[in-house]
Design a protein around this ligand. Structure first.
Ligand SMILES: N[C@@H](CCC(=O)N[C@@H](CS)C(=O)NCC(=O)O)C(=O)O
Length: 218
């Protein structure tokens, strides 16, 4: 019995797949790049009426949606064999738990949500190409501004919450590759820049990144 991930290379399913990989859990991916159109979105509809990735179907058949919830749920329930027993999330009684939940909520609320508009700008802008271009520019700037705000309020160690890797690192490493892409992210978020580069280089994930989110020009 294994997990099923509805996902796509380069998408918000990639941190979920990375967590499953680090946790040593078996999973298969139903590939559905939803931003490509209705047929791909329809593939996801049976498990998520929002027709969005990622979706995790557990071995027991439970369906989870919402990237942050999936990541927290996985990290709370499973420990990786390979990381000397350290889990991928601070436990509820850990002093870092509050900041962990804060930033795990901030990323989807402030940043990831912008891509619903960016992927199909006519959803808010209508058919006018100038309105669409304005929405694309403003959402890009807003995402950069949010990364900057987050960067100014955290004090990373080797990873975002200190010395151990958490699912927040996987989440930010992936989302920071999306528009406005890493070059601007490195400018607006210099402290997090060092961390995401470290996450890119994790030996346990080298093959995984190459397959699921190969780096293009930054
Ligand atoms: N709140 C959701 C957002 C998921 C999301 O926007 N997924 C994108 C792919 S990365 C998607 O499937 N978009 C298709 C659409 O919104 O129509 C989450 O955090 O999982």
């Amino acid at each position: 019995m294994s997990f099923t991930v509805y996902g796509a290379a380069g998408s918000g399913s990639v941190p979920v797949e990375a967590a499953l990989t680090l946790l040593g859990l078996d999973y298969t991916v139903v590939e559905a790049p939803t931003w490509e159109g209705e047929a791909e979105r329809d593939k996801v509809a049976p498990v998520n009426p929002m027709r969005q990735l990622p979706v995790l179907v557990t071995p027991e058949g439970e369906i989870l949606t919402e990237s942050a919830a999936i990541l927290i749920w996985l990290a709370d329930r499973h420990h990786p064999a390979s990381r000397a027993g350290a889990g991928l999330a601070p436990r509820p009684d850990d002093a870092r738990r509050g900041q962990f939940l804060r930033w795990m909520s901030f990323v989807p609320a402030a940043i990831y949500s912008m891509y619903w508009v960016r992927d199909v700008p006519s959803r808010l802008a209508g058919d006018d190409p100038e309105d669409q271009a304005r929405i694309l520019q403003r959402t890009e700037d807003r995402i950069a501004e949010c990364w900057g705000m987050m960067d100014r309020q955290i004090a990373p160690g080797r990873f975002l919450l200190g010395e151990s890797l958490t699912v927040l690192d996987l989440y930010v490493a992936v989302a920071s590759r999306w528009t406005p892409r890493r070059a601007r992210f490195y400018e607006v978020a210099p402290k997090m820049a060092a961390v995401v580069r470290r996450v890119d280089e994790l030996s346990e994930l080298r093959g995984f990144w190459a397959e699921r989110f190969p780096f293009e020009a930054e």
